[in-house]
Structure formats: structure tokens, C-alpha cells
Design a protein around this ligand. Structure first.
Ligand code: AMP
Length: 403
């Protein structure tokens, strides 16, 4: 009843080993600098930490080190891989092919390859992780849990862009949305915390981290989300601009004499609060620079960010016909009391009233609203790994091929 969760990036690999009897994390770790000089595996079991420095040329080697670490007699958490029920992989883009988690088959891998065009930076390393596990542990079932799946319930009127329909048919250009596992987890927790009646819940989930997105969740289903065809759309982020007039792109390319590569680089790495403040993409640095140094551009970056979140909350309250709860999660949402307060200021029309003392919390589940607030404001630490483990175990137990 043990499940290993794997999240593969191009040069990194995160893992967590769960005991599904009580959903406890038995061990976890991170492999960094795969294929680069100075590759390392940082493994932890409870408070014990182990650093394994070795040449790690590819994902296959990374996976074999992870297996060695979790089965190590010295610092492992299981005796052998036979204790593993299944392995769950985080997969970024399932396109329109997957509306839930699946058992990975050759057909699924083929579909992930097709969808790589939509997520060229993310899907290929996800596939590498899957292939490496299949090679090293061929007898263990592998499941895929998609970032996009939760948003597959978004209706056509919300996911279509106002461009010729043929481009949707030809290239599948539409809103997909991301952070789905996180939005699903926190919306489910919110419904449980508030004891909302099934089939009668309106929740706005704000995943605010380095990448940020907001979702409107009605009766447990995503009906809209701020990220779009790619994770560039939506609110202003750490280094991405969020919504912008598309003609700015053509205008800048012409003025700066840029090609696709240059404009893509700017949009992904130089915009957002980093571009506005000129200080950092990390909200801690920006808050510090605004408060301690009185840096005006840092203050504008924070104001612009809060404004963008507030606007999305308003538009999602409109499509949900009100809201039972607004949830804050991820690095900034879970930790920054001042940003939560700033976003929620002036939302009295929606019945939002933050209790400043309760709001002084970080990283734990809390209802930070005043007792008489009609719309509750909740802080819920996200747990994407646990969601992946749950889906993986559910498929394993039920013998189904998809959820
Ligand atoms: P994530 O992408 O969820 O890991 O979130 C990372 C972001 O959370 C960082 O860029 C920080 O800006 C932000 N963050 C984390 N802790 C704090 C904090 N205590 N106060 C403000 N921002 C924070």
C-alpha cells in the first residue's frame, strides 16, 4: 500500500513515498542538475537528511538512485520495491485527451508525445521519467495525473478564444488551464472545511506562487480558470505578464527587431512583478524593497498583482453568481498575510470580511474571515503530491484504467 509520486522536470526530479493506509509521507527528496555537473540527490526520511552526490547523466540514473534511496537499509523507508503498489507521475499537459488520471499504457505515452507540442518544456521530461520507471521497474503499474485534467469541465463558451474556429479544429488552440491538481485539492478541502452541501458550492481558488492561477469551481467542477492555452495567460506572475493586448507582441517584435525566440524569452522570463519592479520575481524581496526601502516600482508591482487577482475574483464571482469561499494557496497565498489583505480589501459587496488577527497565519489551514462574513476566506496549503498519490492508489485498487 505504498505509492511513489514522481514529478520530473528537464534537469530535476522530485519524489515522495506515501503509505496509503494513513497517507503519511515516508520519505521524499529531490534530484537536481540531471545531466549537468554537480548533480545531487537530497533525500529525507522524517527529520533525517542524506545527500547523495553522484554523476547523474539522465533520468534513468536518477530513478535508479531514488529507488536505492527509498530501499536503503540505512536511510530507506521500505525493504524492497515489491512493497510499492504503484508509481504516480505528475504530467503537465494532457490536452483534450484526458479529463482524469489514467493507468499509463503505450497508447497513453503516445498521446503524451502528441501533446508535447502544447507543453514542449514539460511533457518531454515527464515522458522521460515514465520511460525510465518502465525500464527499471517493468512490473510496477504507473499512473499519470495531469495538471490540465481538472479543467476539462470548463464549458466551450469559456475555453474558446475569439479567433477563427478552424484554428481550434486544426491546432486545438483553446484554454486548457494548469495547476489543476492544486485547484482540485484546495477546493475539495474548502468544501469539507465549510461542510458545503454537495452540488451547492461556489469556490474561487487562488493558487498564488511563482506561477499563479485562479479558478472558479462550481459544485466541485472547474468552470473557468485564468491560465489559458499556455501558463502565460491570466494574472501578472513572477516573471510572466498574464493578460495583455496581443498587438503588444507584434509591436515589440518590430520595434526591438526580435524573432520568436526573443519575444518568448521576454514573455516567460522577464515580465510580471520582476519586469515591473526590476528587483526580483520573489515576492519576499519585492515586499521587503517596497516596505523597507520605499521602492516605488516594487510597490507598483505588488499593487498591480493584487489588482489582477481582485479583478479575476470579481469576474469569477459573476460567473458563479456569488461565492461561498475564496481560497488562498501556494507560496504567496499561504504565507503572505499582507497580500491576502490587499486582495480582499474592497470586496465587501461580495460579503468578504477578513479578521486581521486570524489572517496573521502562515502555512496551515485556517478560516481567516470575521465571524459574520458571508463569503469565507480560507488559507489552505496545497498538496499536489497527495492528490497524485490518492488518484494513483484509487486506480490501482479499483483495477480501472482511468478515473
Ligand atoms: P511556489 O511557486 O508556490 O513555490 O511559491 C513561490 C513564491 O512564494 C516565491 O516566489 C515567493 O515570492 C512567495 N513566498 C513564499 N513565502 C513567502 C512569504 N513568507 N511572504 C511572501 N511571499 C512568499
Amino acid at each position: 500500500m505504498k505509492v511513489l509520486v514522481i514529478n520530473c522536470g528537464s534537469s530535476s526530479l522530485k519524489y515522495q513515498l506515501f503509505d496509503m493506509v494513513n497517507e503519511a509521507v515516508l520519505a521524499k527528496g529531490l534530484v537536481e542538475r540531471i545531466g549537468l555537473e554537480g548533480s545531487v540527490l537530497n533525500h529525507s526520511k522524517g527529520k533525517e537528511k542524506h545527500v547523495i552526490k553522484e554523476e547523474i547523466n539522465d533520468h534513468e540514473k536518477a530513478i535508479s538512485l531514488v529507488i536505492n534511496a527509498i530501499t536503503s537499509p540505512e536511510y530507506g523507508a521500505i525493504k524492497s520495491v515489491e512493497e510499492l503498489s504503484a508509481i504516480g507521475h505528475r504530467v503537465v499537459h494532457g490536452g483534450e485527451d484526458f479529463s482524469g488520471s489514467v493507468l499509463i499504457t503505450e497508447e497513453v505515452v503516445e498521446s503524451l508525445r502528441r501533446n508535447s507540442e502544447l507543453a514542449p518544456l514539460h511533457n518531454p521530461p515527464n515522458i522521460m521519467g515514465i520511460k525510465a520507471c518502465q525500464k527499471i521497474l517493468p512490473e510496477i503499474k504507473q499512473m499519470g495525473v495531469f495538471d490540465t485534467a481538472f479543467h476539462q469541465t470548463i464549458p466551450e463558451e469559456a475555453y474558446l478564444y475569439g479567433i477563427p474556429y478552424e484554428y481550434y479544429q486544426k491546432y486545438k488552440i483553446r484554454k486548457y488551464g494548469f495547476h489543476g491538481t492544486s485547484h482540485k485539492y484546495v477546493s475539495q478541502r474548502a468544501a469539507a472545511m465549510l461542510k458545503l452541501t454537495e452540488g451547492k458550492s461556489r469556490i474561487i481558488t487562488c493558487h498564488l506562487g511563482n506561477g499563479s492561477s485562479i479558478a472558479a469551481v462550481k459544485n466541485g467542477k472547474s468552470i473557468d480558470t485564468s491560465m489559458g492555452f499556455t501558463p502565460l495567460e491570466g494574472i501578472v506572475m513572477g516573471t510572466r505578464p498574464g493578460d495583455l493586448d496581443p498587438s503588444i507582441i507584434c509591436y515589440l517584435m518590430e520595434k526591438e527587431n526580435w524573432g520568436i525566440k526573443e519575444i518568448n524569452n521576454m514573455l516567460n522570463k522577464k515580465c510580471g512583478v520582476l519586469g515591473l519592479s526590476g528587483v526580483s520575481s520573489d515576492f519576499r524581496d519585492i515586499e521587503k524593497s517596497a516596505v523597507e526601502d520605499g521602492n516605488k516600482r516594487s510597490q507598483i508591482a505588488l499593487d498591480r498583482f493584487a489588482y489582477a487577482v481582485k479583478k479575476y475574483i470579481g469576474s469569477y464571482a459573476a460567473i458563479l453568481n456569488g461565492a461561498d469561499a475564496i481560497v488562498f494557496t501556494a507560496g504567496l497565498g499561504e504565507n503572505s498575510a499582507s497580500m491576502r489583505l490587499k486582495i480582499c480589501e474592497g470586496l465587501d459587496y461580495l460579503g468578504v470580511k477578513i479578521d486581521k488577527d486570524k489572517n496573521f497565519t502562515r502555512g496551515v489551514e485556517a478560516d481567516v474571515s470575521a465571524d459574520d462574513a458571508a463569503t469565507r476566506v480560507l488559507v489552505i496549503p496545497t498538496n499536489e503530491e497527495l492528490m497524485i498519490a490518492r488518484d494513483t492508489y484509487e486506480i490501482f485498487k479499483s483495477g480501472k484504467t482511468k478515473l
